[in-house]
Design a protein around this ligand. Sequence first.
Ligand SMILES: *[C@@H]1O[C@H](CO)[C@@H](O)[C@H](O)[C@H]1NC(C)=O
Ligand SMILES: *[C@@H]1O[C@H](CO)[C@@H](O)[C@H](O)[C@H]1NC(C)=O
Length: 517
Amino acid sequence: MKRVTRRVSSVISLKLHSRMDRILLAIFLTAWTCSASPPNFVLLFADDLGFGDLGSYGHPSSLTPNLDRLAAGGLRFTDFYCSSPVCSPSRASLLTGRYQTRSGVYPGVLYPSSIGGLPLNETTIAEVLKPLGYATAVVGKWHLGFGSKGMYLPTNQGFDHYLGIPYSHDMGPCQNLTCFPPDIKCLGTCDVDVVTVPLIHNEVIIQQPANFLDLERAYSDFATNFITTSATKKQPFFLYYPSHHTHFPQYAGPDAAGKSLRGPFGDALLELDNTIGKIMTTLEKTGAINNTLVLFTSDNGPELMRMSRGGNAGLLKCGKSTTYEGGMREPAIAFWPGTICPGVTHEMASTLDVLPTITRLAGAKLPKVMLDGVDMTEILVHRGKSQRETMMFYPANPSEKYGLFALRFGKYKAHFYTRGASHSSTTPDQDCSVFAGLKAHDPPLIFDLEADPSEHYPLSLEGQPELQAVLERIKKVKEQFEASMVFGESQMSKGTDRGLEPCCNPDCSPKPDCCHC
Ligand SMILES: *[C@@H]1O[C@H](CO)[C@@H](O)[C@H](O)[C@H]1NC(C)=O
Ligand SMILES: *[C@@H]1O[C@H](CO)[C@@H](O)[C@H](O)[C@H]1NC(C)=O
């Protein structure tokens, strides 16, 4: 298989035309699927990390030696999108390859007492891989539902093992959160009248409240153990690590607190980076490294309202909860020594494309549902063209009434509606603020994202017949897409039930304080 890889890469350097490339790719994949061990997958998912937060994306003071190593030795994307500017919907799309509107994980996010969750009849990446004998595990922030008796936990969605907090770590009274120096309170607006956040192993609460100072150690031990066990058994594996970092409030254990140049945010990011380093070391030690695709990205843009303790969208406009670029364009890195050549790609790709790509690389079967993702293997394996021509932008609260807020088609992005958000307030740009209410644009605001990635200068349609034609095309694509969109029943509108909040001591009273073990 190594020989095949080398032969393919030397042929690529001859720049054969795309048909030939496709044939070679087919040969390559056939050789692969016939080889003894299908590839492993490690999916690293940061939280509220912006386009400008990593050193490899231009941040001057972030400390991320391990992510820098992945970026230097892997493929770095400049035009990679998540599917929603907020958390739960974005995660639903990552794991299913479908817009959140189809699965019903909208509007907004799930809460500890939410009745709904990612519907169990949706097919996750883990469920795609299980029939091929993969070992599957998730460690960290699930945020796709807890529900009655934990019915929406990952162990019911194709994952063999789970260790983590099932939602955001500010969805509880913020206990045990520490920064450096310890007398600086990390506390922001955590939710107070809720159970403290539980640490769950598979379906069982093993700690409540979770001990944040020790959490990252527990996570990296779990990940190390999972990789080592799978590699020893020669079982292919899929590890999904959705980190709590760098969601507010920032925290970090002793190995990272006070160790970055960037204050509490930098320390939290460094702690995430440390864990990624441990995962990479384990992949090397077990000999799995050359047969493992490692993907890194983030769920949505930075929470700018936290100011220097939130993330940074770099040169992109606005952040979390908006459909400007800063809300949904994310850092993304694909690393696979010997198979993915180091470099940078400007091809358009999305979290939606992860499921189809993993399915292809593993030789698995695609779920028989309407998918929104496309296979990005050609981009990864020989820097080919993206099959993705468009990216759809739904707001945090999508509705059939308004439909898409924006649509990217090639290098052009058209905004049909814009709106600021509290999550993106406090920046000098007034368009990002919560006071920038819903605004319809007819004709839409159009930007050339190659010439103007910051969405500063809307293009004038006057006397521009070519641009007029592009706009007509965009409208047509939008119409076709929206005709194909069947909104799934909203999981969030099923409401909440305080009795569902995870409690390690279910019959105790008075709640929520007695849920303490
Ligand atoms: C899941 O079940 C719901 C309710 O029956 C249905 O509306 C939806 O289409 C199903 N989704 C899939 C992916 O089969
Ligand atoms: C991975 O491949 C590289 C380059 O071929 C080789 O030097 C290294 O030893 C391999 N690592 C393992 C663990 O097989």
